[in-house]
Design a binder for this molecule. Sequence first.
Ligand SMILES: Nc1ncnc2c1ncn2[C@@H]1O[C@H](COP(=O)(O)OP(=O)(O)OP(=O)(O)O)[C@@H](O)[C@H]1O
Ligand SMILES: [Mg+2]
Length: 342
Amino acid sequence: MSDNNNKGTKENLPWVEKYRPSSLDEVYGQSSIISTLEKFVETGKLPHLLFYGPPGTGKTSTVLALAKRIYGEKLYKNMILELNASDDRGIDVVRDKIKNFASTMHIFSKGFKLVILDEADAMTNVAQNALRRIIEKYTRNTRFVILANYAHKLNPALLSRCTRFRFQPLSNESIKERMQVVKKEEKIRLAEDAELSLLKLSNGDMRKALNVLQSCKAILDFDDSDQDNGQEISLEMVYECIGAPNPNDIETILNSILRDDWTTSYLTLRKISSDKGLALIDLLEGFIEILDKFELKSEARIEILTGLSEIEYNISKGGNENIQSSATIAVIKNGMEIQGKS
Ligand SMILES: Nc1ncnc2c1ncn2[C@@H]1O[C@H](COP(=O)(O)OP(=O)(O)OP(=O)(O)O)[C@@H](O)[C@H]1O
Ligand SMILES: [Mg+2]
């Protein structure tokens, strides 16, 4: 396993770097993109590329692995120019860098070099316009790989010069598979419910999953530094690291609103919120998720949803948290009363 060979140097890296795919087949969950890229490489016909899609889905990783595949591990660094389009907003800087890079043909060159333009969707329209001319000018010995989160923010003329690949949010399966490798390598165990929540909260973003897992591991190391075995990451730790409310807390509060009298449910809500540092907005999202699964009459559902959405709006306008908390209880209790009527 390649990760093992470089242990000494890789040990202190953040996990997102340590576990960055070192080859195209280590990019998970984007198989059709990878196989198309492989074909381009095999036939030696690489077009200009555009990779777009949400964060943490492997765009940067894929282009780096692609460069390694084309030029080999040793050479690839000399053959690519990575530009952060949003840092170097001045298109003149970009133009000069590309010009210098493209004009020095490398002795081992495979005919072209790669220019990687990250965060291209943050470039101004003027800069994007200038870029399309630059792309044309240097097509003879460079290929451009444009990386962006949103394709619609890119100039159509720029888009039409590239072959587009949309990176989908990663499936839970793909993230799980990758986590398996990390867990083994780092000798950590993840409780079943903790893993499910980690996958759900990562929302298809592998970077997020890795970062949370690394923070959880740090908590473990801090808690019991002398025992290496039996370390298990719990559900609570995942929620703590991700800064999301624990669904058990949300459920306790909601149950209290559904069953207890007014004062008890208000006190429960305030107590758990302040103990766990929960904001009312987190509670609302959690309540709606749980209530979605309830079988409710449509009148009751409408009452609750309109009520809660009004409260959400009020919070966003700076409404008082105590007043809005009471209103939340009122809305849910009222909805349940409607539900109870035949
Ligand atoms: N498909 C994937 N397979 C394996 N690891 C991945 C994948 N996607 C992301 N990762 C992990 O997440 C980290 C971040 O991924 P990467 O930098 O490729 O994301 P990105 O799509 O370029 O995101 P952004 O839009 O924020 O730039 C990588 O270092 C890698 O460890
Ligand atoms: Mg990236």
